[in-house]
Design a protein around this ligand. Structure first.
Ligand code: ADP
Ligand code: MG
Length: 469
C-alpha cells in the first residue's frame, strides 16, 4: 500500500472512531435524560398518591389508583395489591392493573405461609426482586403468576404500625432488571399506602368508640328513667300503703302499737332492699372489701351458686374507685346468674403496684366476648360495654377471657391515683394493720350509731312523738 493510501485509511479509521464516540455520548446522554425523566415521573406519582391518600376517598379507590400508577411508572404489564389475611395465612388480591384473568381481582387468594413467595415478600424489609420466576429457588414459584406469563417482578411489603398489611407487586412478562431507583419508588408507594391504611383504621376505631359512647349515653338515660319509674312505683305502692295503715292505727285511740311496729318493720325491710339495690349503704359505710363480701355472698345464695372469695382487706379508697369496682362485680355477677349456667363463682380482689386487681370467674358455659361486644355497639345490650366504660373512666384496663364451653373470667386493673391511699400499697404490713384496726373501730362506731337510729322502736317512737304534738 502506498503511503497516501495508508494515510487515507488511518484518517478514515479515526473518523469512524470519532463517530462511534459521538454516538456513544449521545446514547449516554439520552439514557441519563430518560433516567431523570423516569425519576421525575415516579416522584410525581409518589406525590400524587400522597395527596390522594390525604383526601380520604376510601382505601379501595386509593388501591385501584395505586396499581394503575405503579404499572405505568415502572412500565410493567401487571401490578397487584394483596391484603394479608392472617386468620387463614393467605394474601387476597384487593386491586390489580393489567391483563389479570377475569374475576381474579377481588377473589384470588395466594398462600403466604413459609415456602411461598407471599411469605418472602411479607417477611423481607427490602423489596424482593425476581429475575426469572420459573427458575426461582428461594420459594415455590406461584402457579397463578406463571399462568399469567410473568417472568420478572418485584414485590414490597406494606408495613403497618404493628402488622404487615399486605404486599404490592409489579410484574412483567419479559426478563428485566429493577434498579435502585425503581425499588425506592416502590418502597415510597408502599409507605404512602401504609400511612393511608393506618389513618383509615384509626378513624374507624374512633368512629366505633364514638358510636359506643353515644349508645351508652342513650342507654344510661333510659336506664335512669326506668330506675326512677321503679322507685316511684315502690314508693307509691309499698310505702304509701304501709304509712296509710300506720296513720289509721295511730288515729284509733288506744290501739295496740305492736301492729304499727310490725308494719314499720315491713316498711323498713322493703326500704332497705330498695336502697341496697340502688346503692348499698355498706359500700359507703364499710368500704369496698366488706361490701363485696356481703354482696357476693347474698347474690350467690340467691342464684344458687357456690361462692369463693379472696378479697383483701383494703383501706378506704376514693369513692369513684370503690363504686367502679363494686359495679363491675355487680354486673359480672348479674351476667353469671343470667347467662352462665355456672355452679361456682370466684371473686378475687387485691391491692398491689398502686392498683386494684379484680377478678370475677365462673365455671359456666362461656361465650364469644368479642362478638358480644360487637352486638353491644349495635345497641342490643349494654352490660359489658358499661363495664368497659367505667374502667376506662378511671384509667384502668378490663379484659374478658371467655370461650364457649370454658367459663368466663373478667379481669380489671384499676389504678389507685389518690396519694394518701397509694401509700397503702407500699406500706409495711404492721403499719397497714394498725391503720386498718383504727379504721374498723371507727366504722363499727358509725354503723352502730346508724343502725340505732334506724331501729323500728326508734322510728315508731319518733312517729308517735310527732303524732302527739
Ligand atoms: N359470664 C357469662 N357467661 C356466659 N355468657 C355471658 C356472660 N357474661 C356475658 N355473657 C354474654 O354476653 C352477652 C352480653 O352481656 P351484657 O352486655 O351484660 O348484656 P345482657 O346481660 O343485658 O345480655 C350476654 O347476653 C351473654 O350472652
Ligand atoms: Mg348484663
Amino acid at each position: 500500500m502506498s503511503r497516501i493510501a495508508e494515510r487515507n485509511a488511518a484518517r478514515e479509521r479515526d473518523l469512524l472512531l470519532g463517530q462511534r464516540e459521538i454516538i456513544r455520548d449521545i446514547t449516554e446522554r439520552q439514557r441519563a435524560e430518560d433516567e431523570l425523566d423516569r425519576r421525575v415521573r415516579q416522584q410525581a406519582v409518589v406525590a400524587e398518591m400522597g395527596l390522594r391518600a390525604l383526601r380520604g376517598d376510601g382505601l379501595q379507590a386509593l388501591f385501584v389508583e395505586t396499581v394503575a400508577s405503579v404499572a405505568a411508572a415502572l412500565d410493567v404489564e401487571l401490578c397487584a395489591l394483596m391484603e394479608a389475611q392472617p386468620e387463614d395465612g393467605t394474601l387476597k388480591m384487593r386491586a390489580g392493573a393489567g391483563p389479570w384473568k377475569e374475576g381474579a381481582v377481588g377473589n384470588t387468594t395466594l398462600p403466604s405461609t413459609s415456602g411461598f413467595m407471599g411469605f418472602n415478600a411479607m417477611s423481607a424489609k427490602e423489596p424482593v426482586v425476581v429475575a426469572d420466576l420459573a427458575s426461582e429457588t428461594r420459594f415455590l414459584p406461584c402457579p397463578f403468576l406463571l399462568e399469567h406469563g410473568i417472568v420478572s417482578g418485584v414485590s414490597v411489603r406494606i408495613q403497618g404500625r404493628g402488622a404487615v398489611y399486605g404486599v404490592l407487586g409489579a410484574h412483567s412478562r419479559s426478563r428485566r432488571d429493577y434498579g435502585r431507583g425503581h425499588l425506592n419508588f416502590l418502597k415510597s408507594i408502599a409507605n404512602v399506602l401504609a400511612a393511608a391504611i393506618e389513618r383509615e383504621r384509626d378513624e374507624a376505631e374512633l368512629r366505633c368508640q364514638r358510636e359506643q359512647l353515644q349508645s351508652l349515653s342513650r342507654k344510661l338515660i333510659e336506664a335512669q328513667e326506668a330506675e326512677w319509674r321503679a322507685i316511684a312505683r315502690e314508693l307509691h305502692d309499698d310505702f304509701g300503703q304501709v304509712l296509710t295503715a300506720i296513720r289509721l292505727n295511730l288515729q284509733r285511740s288506744g290501739s295496740d302499737p305492736s301492729e304499727s311496729i310490725q308494719l314499720v318493720d315491713q316498711a323498713i325491710g322493703r326500704m332497705r332492699d330498695l336502697a341496697h339495690d340502688l346503692r348499698p349503704s355498706i359500700l359507703d359505710d364499710l368500704g369496698l372489701s366488706a361490701a363485696l363480701r356481703w354482696y357476693v355472698a347474698r347474690e350467690a345464695k340467691r342464684a344458687g351458686l357456690e361462692a369463693r372469695l379472696d378479697v383483701a382487706d383494703l383501706p378506704r379508697l376514693p369513692a369513684t374507685l370503690e363504686t367502679t369496682c363494686f359495679r363491675l362485680v355487680q354486673e359480672a355477677l348479674t351476667n353469671i346468674a343470667r347467662h352462665a349456667q355456672a355452679r361456682q363463682v370466684q371473686v378475687e380482689l387485691a391491692g398491689r403496684d398502686r392498683s386494684l386487681f379484680l377478678t370475677v370467674r365462673d365455671d359456666g358455659k362461656g361465650f364469644d366476648a368479642r362478638a358480644a361486644l360487637g352486638r353491644t355497639v349495635q345497641g342490643h345490650s349494654q352490660g359489658l360495654l358499661g363495664m368497659k366504660e367505667r374502667v376506662s373512666l378511671v384509667g384502668g384496663e378490663l379484659e374478658i377471657d371467655s370461650a364457649p364451653g370454658h367459663g368466663t373470667s373478667v379481669h380489671a386493673r384499676l389504678p389507685v391515683q389518690d396519694e394518701a391511699n397509694s401509700v397503702f400499697f407500699g406500706m409495711p404490713a404492721a403499719a397497714i394493720e394498725a391503720g386498718l384496726a383504727e379504721e374498723n373501730l371507727q366504722l363499727e362506731r358509725a354503723t352502730q350509731a346508724k343502725s340505732d337510729s334506724l331501729s323500728p322502736q326508734a322510728l315508731v317512737q319518733s312517729l308517735l312523738a310527732g303524732g302527739g304534738s
